[in-house]
Design a protein around this ligand. Structure first.
Ligand code: UDX
Ligand code: ADP
Length: 464
């Protein structure tokens, strides 16, 4: 079965970059990305390709190459579904904020809406690919809806989890460690569907890196991979606190530990805490699934990774308060960075949000500079917590376009995101403009202690 038309529902951080790369690598396949958010689609179609809604290094070039050739962005979801032989679902699956499983289970309402729309519109057989991060057994639910509401159309459901990391999405898509495709491999139709998707990726991914499994293994592999990665970060962050008490340095420990080839050097960077749309959500999913099978020890084991992460964010904020003579009330604290990591404008679950919330509860004034995050996003992130009124957030938090303005007359500067540009700021100028003593808190181990202390800063870095 040869795929000529692909539709992707959801033009976000996953759907956008993934489809752009598929379109770039498969010029003979027409790829249409659809979304209910008109503003987002308009931004993807903006004449100036630098205005696309997602910031990822290299993405605008890929979009510029394929857009209008075989890559299209549209709000006409029905037509795109009807035309396509293969439909990717890349809609958001946030943690439930209500009802059973509140704060833990994934909210599948957007997925279900997509399934019902596909069932309503489809006149020909479809391969439906789940791309969003989903709890195990979602494919089954999808199949159930499609088979029972469709009009005799045949559906094959595949699980094709996304392993791209934001900030390196294009690189990760072009040169993936592996592509995982789960399907109904025990039936001929299922195998055909799996092979159809293998053929798409085989345009640029070597065959030995394309793995095929059954659907459940594929779904669970995604949750497991993210849980393992997050666990490494929480493990090194746990050590960072011990390092601070004992005089050890967490970077030195991480280096020594990481050189053990059985352990490896990646994901051992101590930080103010992991963020992003996946880690916390996926672990919560895992915990929820484990509990629902009565596996309480398994659930507790993984939940501790999140507890440690929450502790790390809180600890960083509490240390600021303690260092500033036990009060930040009315004091100006400058934040460098708001995104959950560098090279992305995504702020979901960013540690900065929680550190800011803690300091605002202590009545601090916060001034934020981030090179890629928009002011409205920062206010939306704070408003979402419901900790204070929207007016208060706007009174007490200011967003600026210049890092030097942020530092002006601040009692403290805190680095929350590891943007490269922060390393080469004119730190003398920042120091001169600050109130004294000038405190500098490095939540990312980004800055060199020696040069900052020489300038006169009171310097604190996670893990030393
Ligand atoms: C993650 C997975 O890496 C990716 O495979 C999956 O598809 C989606 O979830 P992402 O959340 O985009 O990707 O970014 P990632 O690079 O994994 O970082 C997650 C968080 O951990 C960030 O806040 C990052 O700053 C933090 N982190 C990462 C650390 O604090 N230390 C590290 O050593 C690595
Ligand atoms: P992710 O990181 O998983 O890509 P995003 O929130 O960036 O998450 O993107 C998900 C996109 O899916 C959003 O742009 C949202 O508008 C879109 N979306 C959600 N539900 C639907 C739906 N039923 N039909 C079309 N698009 C949808």
């Amino acid at each position: 079965m040869e795929i000529k038309n692909i539709c992707c529902i959801g033009a976000g951080y996953v759907g956008g970059p993934t489809m752009a790369v598929i379109a770039q690598k498969c010029p003979e396949i027409k790829v249409t990305v659809v979304d209910i958010n008109e503003k987002r689609i308009a931004a993807w179609n903006d004449n100036d390709v630098e205005n696309i809604p997602i910031y990822e290094p290299g993405l605008s070039d890929v979009v510029a190459e394929a857009r209008g050739r075989n890559l299209f962005f549209s709000t006409d979801i029905d037509s795109a579904i009807e035309e396509a032989e293969m439909i990717f679902i890349s809609v958001n699956t946030p943690t439930k904020t209500y009802g059973i499983g509140k704060g833990m289970a994934a909210d599948l309402k957007y997925i279900e809406l997509c399934a019902r729309q596909i069932a309503r519109v489809s006149k020909t057989d479809k391969i439906v690919v789940e791309k969003s991060t989903l709890p195990v057994r979602t494919a089954e639910a999808l199949k159930n809806i499609l088979d029972n509401t469709g009009n005799g159309v045949n559906y094959q459901i595949l699980s094709n989890p996304e392993f791209l990391a934001e900030g390196t999405a294009v690189e990760d898509l072009i040169d993936p460690d592996r592509v995982l495709i789960g399907g109904d491999i025990d039936t001929t139709k299922g195998k055909e569907a799996v092979m159809a998707l293998v053929d798409v990726y085989a345009h640029w991914v070597p065959n030995e890196r394309i793995l095929t499994t059954n659907v459940w293994s594929s779904e669970l592999s995604k949750l497991t991979a993210n849980a393992f990665l997050a666990q490494r970060v929480s493990s090194i962050n746990a050590m960072s606190e011990l390092c601070e008490k004992t005089g050890a340095d967490v970077n030195e420990v991480a280096r020594a530990v990481g050189m053990d080839s059985r352990i490896g050097s990646k994901f051992l960077k101590s930080s103010v805490g992991f963020g992003g749309s996946c880690f916390q959500k996926d672990i919560l999913n895992l915990v929820y699934i484990a509990k629902s099978f009565g596996l309480y020890e398994v659930a507790d084991y993984w939940e501790q990774v999140i507890i440690m992460n929450d502790h790390q964010k809180k600890r960083f904020a509490a240390n600021i308060v303690k260092t500033l003579f036990n009060t930040v009330s009315g004091k100006k604290i400058a934040f460098l960075g708001w995104a959950f990591k560098k090279d992305t404008n995504d702020t979901r679950e960013s540690a900065a949000i929680y550190v800011a919330d803690y300091l605002l509860n202590e009545q601090a004034e916060i001034v934020i500079y981030d090179p890629k995050v928009k002011e409205e996003q920062i206010y939306a992130d704070l408003d979402y917590l419901n900790s204070r009124t929207e007016e208060e957030n706007r009174q007490r938090v200011r967003v600026v376009k210049d890092p030097y303005e942020a530092g002006k007359e601040a009692h403290a500067v805190a680095v929350l995101t590891e943007w490269d540009e922060f390393k080469t700021l004119d730190w003398k100028r920042i120091y001169d403009d600050m109130l004294k003593p000038a405190f500098l808190f490095d939540g990312r181990r980004l800055l060199e202690r020696r040069t900052k202390e020489e300038l006169g800063f009171e310097f604190y870095a996670i893990g030393s």
